[in-house]
Ligand binder design. Structure first.
Ligand code: 4AD
Ligand code: MG
Length: 437
């Protein structure tokens, strides 16, 4: 009998074949068993009729525990009521390995328990659908950037210095070289890459020792970071809106089934097309203060600085599309940000806030390309200059304006899937209180 996967059943209508998978669930009437069989590519119902297979096989299959590995042979038939459009008329079921009593029942469990069982929970419908969307997002990221002439330049994970502030660094001892750190961002290396290849990106895990337990923070998350030589803030703002729109439309096109399983209302996603609304930081503050004043009782005015999560939510809920907030005060942003020549207290930077309250999914902007100004910023931020000599070389040898951004994969997936917490958008989340499994 030929082996096939559930995803390709439509090619075998009317034929007999064998599936290799696991028993997801079973209903039995005593005379007919409905087996939900999953094989990673999908779930299909296999129907086992007592009269057809005989007493011995029927009772044997009835005793197979949930999540045992099995092979099922049967004929493929179209069935309009089935999710995939097909079911299997089973003629034979073989046990590969019987499962012990499975810890995850099909009814609801708490997320804490499920996260402890994450290695098994991946098999369940919703996590499975979420991670399929994630894989599609990753493919879209690569297709978009590869298709536009960006060269993949992998950034190192072990680094000698901070990129995004010293408070969220994971340190480790690095032989005789002293302290090393897990990378917070590949950006500085992408700046070197852009001077060598023009348009580059890196895509990999990044690390932040975040001591916050919010629904948006992981200690290990994946970020894609394009960087463009001769690029400006305007260039990367256009790139960001096209990039995000491409990713969302690609998922809508290719992962319909998964979005349905996740009960995601796709109408808001269909509207994600350029241009996105743009808002200067100063205008954003005005809006926040109006909103605060209108509360009952009124909330005191915004104190300045970076926006907190509730402020981001206020701003993003006003729009159907992601909102691009640009030109934050230079004092609240990273050392590498370029000053706006038209407003020296502002940085040429942009944060993209996703709709529906997910918060910032992109941070980026134009980089300081002047050697003396950059040296000043490194000193102001009390960063060890020796560790940045290579980075300063990029300004010593043919400095040009350049810009880029970082898109967080888990927050993007959370937004697209309508998932409350980013921990469900990565296969094995790492958070302040989670390192297992
Ligand atoms: O705004 P961030 O910190 O920007 C940078 O790291 C720049 N160096 C990127 C660049 O310009 N090349 O982070 C970028 C994005 C955020 O918008 C967010 O989506 C995600 O990375 N992110 C996190 N995601 C999950 N957990 C965390 N702790 C995150 N921190 C940032
Ligand atoms: Mg940011």
């Amino acid at each position: 009998m030929p082996f096939a996967t559930i995803a390709e059943l439509s090619k075998y209508d009317g034929q007999t074949l064998t599936l290799r998978g696991w028993l997801y669930n079973r209903r039995s009437s005593g005379k007919i068993q409905f087996l939900q069989v999953r094989d990673g590519s999908g779930i299909v119902q296999a129907v086992l009729v007592l009269k057809e297979v005989g007493e011995e096989m029927f009772r044997r299959v009835e005793a197979i525990p949930q999540e045992s590995s099995i092979t099922v042979t049967g004929s493929v038939r179209a069935d309009a009521r089935s999710p995939g459009g097909y079911e299997l008329g089973a003629s034979d079921v073989q046990l590969v390995a019987a499962a012990q009593p499975y810890p995850i029942a099909l009814q609801a469990h708490g997320v804490g328990f499920l996260m402890e069982q994450r290695h098994l929970w991946l098999r369940s419908r919703k996590p499975h659908a979420t991670l399929r969307v994630r894989a599609e997002v990753v493919r879209a990221v690569r297709d978009f950037l590869d298709g536009r002439g960006f060269v993949l330049v992998d950034a190192p994970i072990l680094t000698p210095a901070a990129c995004e502030g010293t408070t969220t660094l994971f340190g480790l001892d690095y032989f005789d070289e002293g302290k090393a750190f897990l990378s917070q961002s590949g950006q500085l290396y992408m700046e070197a890459g852009a001077m060598a290849f023009g348009k580059v990106y890196c895509f990999g895990p990044t690390f932040r020792a975040e001591k916050s337990k919010t629904r948006r923070h992981l200690t290990e998350f994946w970020m894609v970071e394009p960087e463009i030589a001769y690029g400006t803030l305007d260039d990367v703002m256009s790139l960001a809106e096209e990039f995000i729109s491409f990713i969302v439309q690609r998922v809508l096109e290719r992962r319909k089934e998964e979005l349905k399983i996740l009960e995601r209302d796709t109408k808001p996603l269909e509207k994600i097309q350029p241009p996105f609304p743009k808002l200067s930081y100063d205008d954003a503050v005005k809006i926040l203060n109006e909103t605060r004043a209108a509360q009952n009782p009124p909330i005191p005015p915004f104190g300045g600085g970076d926006f907190g999560a509730p402020d981001e939510t206020t701003l993003s809920l006003r729009h159907e599309k992601p909102v691009m907030v640009h030109r934050y005060p230079i004092s609240v942003k990273a050392f590498y940000m370029k000053r706006d020549p038209a407003a020296p207290d502002k940085a040429l930077c942009v944060d993209v806030l996703a709709p529906e309250g997910v918060g910032e999914i992109i941070g980026g902007g134009q980089r300081e390309d002047d050697l003396a100004l950059l040296e000043g910023r490194i000193a102001e931020h009390q960063l060890p200059k020796e560790a940045f000599e290579w980075y300063l070389d990029l300004r010593r040898y043919g400095s040009v304006p350049h810009a880029g951004f970082g898109l967080g994969i888990e927050r993007t997936v959370a937004w697209i899937c309508g998932t409350e917490h980013v921990r469900e958008c990565i296969p094995f989340p790492r958070m302040m209180y989670r390192i297992y499994p």
